[in-house]
Design a protein around this ligand. Sequence first.
Ligand code: NDP
Length: 295
Amino acid sequence: MSDTKVIDGKQIAADLRLETKDRVTDFQSKYNKVPTLAVVLVGEDPASQVYVNTKTKMAKEIGMDVEDHFLEKTVTEKELLSLIDQLNKNEKVNGILVQLPLPEHMDSRLIIDAIDPIKDADGFHAINVGRNSIGGDLLKKTFTPCTPLGCYLMLKKVVPDLKGMHAVIIGRSNIVGKPMAQLLLEESCTVTIVHSKTKDIEDMVKQADIVVAAVGRPNMVKSNWVKDGAIVIDVGINRIDHPDKPGKTKLVGDVDYDDVFNVASAITPVPGGVGPMTIACLLKNTVDAAFRQQD
Ligand code: NDP
């Protein structure tokens, strides 16, 4: 389509951070304290280190406090649980983020469910997952996982009323695909989730008014999978060898952007789409948590 809209995740995220910054100021003047996020990183995974540093920097830029807890890869589950217990009890801490993935010797579900649900800035605790799934009034008491929340907020900028649209979500992970489906169901979309065992995946995707790709396979979605005029949200972040610069790499999504651009009515770029929104939503969730803890 000649008039395809590029959904500018950087700009929408900057606007959301500005709104959140105002709420930080408001919280400070009402309660005389600063919303605080505790970030726990186990091990030295380079990608996780980059994410954590970016989250910390952006939180500080909007006036929040961040407590970083960097732990050795060899830390025991018991030691990590004890840190989470301290953070749960620490009144200064409003949001707790445990960066995933955790080392293999840890039970991630056990660790995430040890976080007090009211401090669960990532929205991964089973109680918050349940509340997101039930929906309705419980959405006011839950935290929605940051990546799907970011996708949802971008979609609403393109089409404020999503009712009746058919959304096809590629990927069924607990952090993206499943919560994305819940959010869109709550908006009265018709939702299909496809995954690695789905037959005729291209035909399924072709029926979508909204495509959300969260797979982890570079450039998988091609223009012949996408209906003319569909809105395409690309969650994927994949590092590939640079096609034109030997020895260099580049980031691409799960959608073949240049190809799909020709058929979509709106599309998110990678980088500069979902990524910045994920971080902005984490900050929003932490400030929501701070206000809720006062109530
Ligand atoms: P997971 O690996 O947890 O899930 C991937 C999903 O894709 C699974 O449901 C899997 O199916 C499905 N899948 C894999 N291969 C295929 C295939 N050939 N056809 C159809 N479905 C397939 O990944 P995540 O959900 O955590 O992340 C997905 C992508 O999003 C990654 O690139 C990740 O880096 C990125 N990401 C980006 C974020 C951001 O802020 N922008 C945040 C989080 C993730 P099955 O269940 O059957 O195995």
